[in-house]
Design a protein around this ligand. Structure first.
Ligand SMILES: [Zn+2]
Ligand SMILES: [Zn+2]
Length: 277
């Protein structure tokens, strides 16, 4: 078995899935002549990345070379990290892998040692709690099948996926010529046209958030601003003028998505007398 990259190319990194020393997991090989398994580090980075993408936060890593198994027959003695689990929390897969390797340096071929130095035998076993079948490990090895890449109709979930994907080095995706559709029951709120009209009218075409003029005019000659409910209707906010502001599209998006959304909202409450919390 081999690990594959995100384009489906086979990496020079051998692995196997199964039970060894009564622990189930993925065994990644990096022993033998120097030319063998030369993509070991790349493969390990992919594995770490895909585990994270599948929502795995903790793994257990054991040394699994034949020498280490001979001198440390109990697999517990071959757990490379001092804590119960090795955490996959970190900046990026590469840094996490380096941290993992730094634990391995605390082993000689025959046992644990005090001063770290290079560890040549990198055959390791990765165990994920509760993952005791190939069904779990196959996509980790082959990639591309992670839930992360699955289209979704849920906008919140979509944005969560996007915020993780955006940190990766992406190549141009194919997309879907005919995206799947999903039927969904949705609740809509009937809104008072008088409230919306009054809010727009009193704004005189000036955004109540940033103080800039409306970005353009509508066909009917009125300046384009959006009416935002400070406490969302979906959070039981009222459809009244004491909960509405007229704002430009930029400010509207910022109030919904910016990391400063809370600050912006507090500023609205401070500056606009009619608003009530
Ligand atoms: Zn604005
Ligand atoms: Zn809004």
């Amino acid at each position: 078995m081999h690990v594959y990259d995100e384009s489906g190319n086979k990496l020079d990194a051998e692995c196997s899935i199964g039970e060894e020393d009564r622990v189930y997991g993925l065994i990644l090989e990096s022993w033998g002549p120097s030319l063998r398994n030369k993509d070991y580090n790349i493969a390990l980075d992919f594995i770490i990345e895909r585990l994270i993408d599948s929502g795995v936060e903790n793994i257990i890593v054991y040394l699994a070379s034949s020498t280490s198994r001979k001198y440390m027959p109990s697999i517990d003695d071959r757990k490379i990290h001092p804590d119960q689990y090795f955490s996959l929390m970190g900046n990026n897969p590469r840094d996490i892998r380096k941290e993992m390797c730094s634990y391995q340096a605390h082993f000689s071929r025959t046992g644990r040692k005090d001063a770290p130095s290079g560890n040549r035998s990198k055959r390791i076993m990765i165990h994920v709690l509760g993952a005791n079948d190939t069904e779990f490990w196959e996509p980790i090895i082959h990639g591309g099948l992670s839930d992360l890449f699955k289209p979704t109709e849920n906008e919140h979930l979509l944005n969560k996926k996007v915020s993780r994907l955006i940190k990766k080095n992406l190549s141009e995706p194919k997309g879907y010529e005919v995206p799947e559709t999903v039927k969904r029951v949705q609740k809509f709120y009937a809104r008072d046209p008088l409230v919306k009209a009054w809010i727009l009218q009193q704004s005189k075409g000036v955004c109540e958030c940033c103080g800039e003029g409306a970005p353009f005019y509508l066909n009917d000659g009125t300046p384009y601003l959006e009416v935002h409910h400070v406490i969302p209707l979906s959070s039981s906010g009222p459809d009244t003028v004491s909960n509405c502001v007229a704002i430009c599209p930029n400010c509207h998006r910022a109030l919904h998505y910016s990391k400063n959304a809370k600050v912006l909202m507090e500023r609205l409450y401070l500056n606009i007398d009619r608003l009530q919390k």
